[in-house]
Ligand binder design. Sequence first.
Ligand code: PLP
Length: 394
Amino acid sequence: MSDWLEMDKKYFMQTIVRHPLTLVRGEGLRVWDDTGKEYLDCVGGLAVNCLGHCHPVVVNALREQAGTLMQVSLWYYNKPMLRLAELLVQNSCMDRVFICNSGLEANEGAIKLARRYGALNLNGAYEIITTNMSFHGRSLALTAATGQEKMHKPFEPLPAGFINVENNSIAAIKAATTEKTCAVMLEPIQAEGGVNVPIDGFLKQVREWCDEKGILLIFDEVQTGVGRLGTLFGYQLYNVEPDIMSLAKGLGGGIPIGAVLAKENAAVFTLGDHNATFGGNPTTSATAYATLKYVIENDIPGNARKVGQYLKQGLQDLKSKYGFVTDVRGEGLLLAMEFDKDISANVVDGCIENGMLINKLKTNAIRFIPPLVMTTEEADEALGILDKVLAEMS
Ligand SMILES: *Cc1c(COP(=O)(O)O)cnc(C)c1O
């Protein structure tokens, strides 16, 4: 086992602290490491494997398309890409789709689209307002969009045109809006930044402000989209429709794919404005189509809502039991538990020892982002392991 750890040290750019386990196989909510140890997976490929590991619908779609037509370039039509675009439009408030390969790419597309809109309709307005503690991706532009100082510093100078303001403050957004503003960009729930749920009415107020000013509202639904919050898209939970929406993580059930969607009036790209070598790749599109179709037809968002509520209640019970648990928050199967001290690394290690993968969200908080097909039995199992680990912390 240690050979793999040494290879990582020797060959990989050291950009992250990995847990010392090498995963070799997965099925449903289970993964196994190279010693044969089994884990209940509450990370789900970082909110990606919405149908669990190696779901037959995902695997079969991928296998079949990979053996039929893997890649064709953007200069030709292919059926999977068009089927996926149609499915997305038919099941959302959006009219047009551009398919890409990751969350970063989807958000870059959203930003370019907003800037084109500003150039065409708002006298060249190009500024985008984002909120503190947001996370939008790791490109230079998205680093600037991301409202976290510590991510800016190492890469300055960053591209101009992004204004980070206080989160949950309609007053701050209003104050930052000028004739240069073309859009406001938000995550319905800030995921990486701490599972920060919007205060009541905030998203609606932002929508109204954007309408008043004639600027666009972009929802980064890379993490909240495709069932995570208990609705197919996060905007549905809050009943606030954006003009542009980005998707990625859960969309392909485990394969890398992203999409930027827009309403007709905001879909202002014209010939040559935007493209990608792998954009609309038949293999990833077919896999995402099969995943999304399954998610919709089997009401997977409904399961995320039901099991999410159950899990959240269980976490709240643990909060009542352990005084050092200060908060439980989130929606659907995007949940966080916060502590009054910096023990999350120990909690995560304890969970691994006891056969569960869980995300260290902050030094004092952990995050649950399990596959959306989690059962209440699996939620009980997760709660049992966490209870045992928390008992050791008190
Ligand atoms: C993960 C994430 C991204 C970045 O997606 P990548 O595929 O890692 O580029 C952007 N926005 C949100 C909200 C995310 O959770």
